[in-house]
Design a protein around this ligand. Structure first.
Ligand SMILES: *Cc1c(COP(=O)(O)O)cnc(C)c1O
Length: 470
């Protein structure tokens, strides 16, 4: 591709993107394609000769969009959002053009310094204490892996990386059963083992860890010669928004010298609104926090913000040349690859910088406040609807409900309803289990959603439920 052709096709791609976004409402939200249908449209062998861009682009347009679930759709109410505001797409195009490896300050001074500054902007926006330093990870899963490795190394007095885990005391980590599966995987990858992720039962309407049980588990482990290392607290769990009492968890941790990592991957974004901060009250006592601007702040995937009270512990865990640590802060140079598991890093700070500037905190707060208000309004309507039952009250903009049905039939009928709704295509929802029974999750988070989109979902649900039941 020569310079002229690059100009032409890059411009075409941008035009395509604008048209795609403008036409999203006309598309079904969830892909309506059968397994294998897309693969069958591709040749089995790679091309031996170059193909014209016109053909490649035409095939993209014909094959790809119908085979996608549309995450930017205004009526996407499934999972959590993965919003990409247009301004963040613009920044991502620039990042793709720079195509830099941002592993060291020297390989990317602007990327490194903008990352430091915009993460400090974000820290201020969230109301976190000035001591926290931030880094952008590719995902919350990676941030949590870094935190679990840090817990392990800190507890093993920095011997795990060197000596391996054989012969070390048994490392123990505590969390409720409401934490995300990325915590389990971090435990596996860190060599701690699933059996040493101690599940603390939850209590109360927010399904937070029972603090007495947490403390008892730590004490029992100590007495049995095991090594308590840390606690993963959850703020806005993926299933129904379960939230631990962060202040109380940190107080337990402080009594026992444990590390606390707070997973607020989705809910953390809402903390730019002071009125929601009670949800993670006491968070300044945590050792690390992760939240994903790539979920609810409109910053294109991937952009996960990882805040650390003492980055030196993470760097000591991950840096391959610990003497680098000694220069950090002295000459002001940060090599962010020492804060992350992968060495290579993209210039992710650019899109966060663009979004924060183009919307301002007030613009982003308005979006989040609307989502929360509409979610509450819809949940109240569902609670009044005779055919539905509200299963969990909204935590920010997430709640769960179910179609009423005879006890034994309830799970099947609700799974059928989710399938039927998603086959219908006007809205997109996913299921979960609450206290062992199937429930349907509903979260409001699309940057393009309007109040009509959200309230109109009830009409779709009622209509489809009538078909499922009838
Ligand atoms: C989405 C989510 C994750 C995983 O985030 P990734 O960035 O995809 O790794 C972890 N925890 C919670 C609570 C989440 O909502």
């Amino acid at each position: 591709m020569n310079d002229d052709s690059f100009r032409h096709w890059a411009a075409r791609a941008v035009q395509w993107g604008a048209d795609y976004r403008a036409g999203l409402r006309e598309r079904p939200v969830r892909a309506q394609t059968a397994p294998g249908a897309i693969a069958r449209q591709l040749p089995e062998a790679p091309p031996e000769q170059p193909e014209p861009m016109e053909t490649i682009f035409a095939d993209f347009d014909r094959i790809v969009p119908p085979g996608m679930t549309h995450w930017q759709h205004p009526r996407f109410f499934a999972y959590f959002p993965a919003n990409a505001l247009p301004v963040s797409v613009v920044a991502e195009i620039l990042t793709a053009n720079l195509a830099a490896q941002c592993m060291l300050w020297q390989t990317s001074p602007a990327a490194t310094e903008i990352e430091s500054v915009v993460l400090d902007w974000l820290r201020q926006a969230l109301g976190l204490a000035p001591g926290f330093a931030g880094v952008i990870q590719d995902s919350a899963s990676s941030a949590t892996l870094g935190a679990v490795l840090t817990m392990r190394e800190r507890a093993l007095e920095w011997n795990g990386n060197r000596q391996g885990l054989a012969g070390q005391p048994t490392v123990r980590v505590y969390a409720s059963d409401q934490v995300h599966s990325s915590i389990d995987r971090a435990i596996w990858i860190a060599g701690i083992g699933q059996d040493n992720l101690v599940r603390i039962p939850v209590a109360g309407p927010l399904r937070g860890m029972d603090l007495g049980a947490l403390e008892a588990a730590i004490v029992a482990d100590r007495e049995a010669g095991r090594l308590p290392a840390g606690i993963v607290a959850c703020v806005g769990g993926t299933s129904v928004g379960a939230t631990d009492d962060v202040a109380a968890v940190c107080a337990v941790a402080a009594r026992h010298g444990l590390y606390v990592h707070v997973d607020a991957a989705w809910a953390g974004a809402a903390m730019i609104c002071p009125e929601f901060r009670s949800l993670w009250q006491g968070v300044d006592a945590a050792d690390s926090i992760v939240l994903n601007p790539h979920k609810w702040l409109g910053v294109q995937f991937d952009c996960s913000a990882h805040f650390l009270r003492d980055p030196a512990t993470l760097v000591r865990t991950l840096a391959i040349q610990p003497e680098y640590l000694k220069t950090r802060g002295r000459d002001g140079v940060i090599n962010y690859s020492e804060w992350t598991v992968p060495l290579g890093r993209r210039f992710r700070a650019l899109k966060l910088w663009f979004v924060l500037r183009a919307y301002g905190l007030e613009g982003l707060r308005t979006m989040i406040r609307n989502h929360v208000a509409w979610s509450r309004k819809l949940a109240a309507r569902i609670a009044e609807a005779p055919e539905f039952e509200l299963v969990t009250e909204p935590v920010l903009s997430l709640f769960a409900f179910r179609l009423r049905g005879p006890g034994a039939e309830s799970d099947r009928i609700n799974l059928d309803l989710v399938d039927a709704i998603n086959d219908d295509g006007r809205i997109y929802l996913t299921q979960t289990r609450v206290d062992g029974r199937v429930a349907i999750r509903f979260q409001v988070g699309s940057v393009e959603a309007t109040e009509e989109d959200v309230m109109g979902a009830l009409d779709v649900m009622r209509e489809v439920a009538g078909r499922v039941q009838g």
